[in-house]
Design a protein around this ligand. Structure first.
Ligand SMILES: [Zn+2]
Length: 96
């Protein structure tokens, strides 16, 4: 059972940072595509140590890739599924 987290605090600030990163990602991808290198959003995330499964927010994306996966309520607070791939950190975990 995945952990439910509210979209506040560190998750919210990661999400906002991701919004700002979007233009940078687009520039990076255009450059890589021109150079004939892998240039998907996934590749961008990988090259920057970001978790692509949750767009570096720490909260799982919906299976269709748009929006975040809500899993229930805690009182009147909507809970989202913490990203399993990065343990909610938003960064790639390198197995040691
Ligand atoms: Zn993740």
């Amino acid at each position: 059972m995945p952990r439910g987290v509210s979209f506040t605090g560190e998750y919210l600030s990661r999400y906002l940072a991701g919004q700002k990163r979007w233009n940078e990602a687009r520039g990076w991808r255009a450059k890589e595509a021109e150079a004939g290198r892998p240039s998907t959003y996934r590749d961008y995330c990988h090259a920057h140590g970001l978790c692509s499964a949750c767009a570096a927010t720490g909260i799982s994306l919906n299976d269709n890739g748009s929006g975040f996966k809500a899993i229930g309520w805690n009182g009147n607070l909507l809970l989202y599924e913490e990203c399993d791939a990065c343990g909610g950190t938003g960064r790639i975990i390198t197995p040691s």
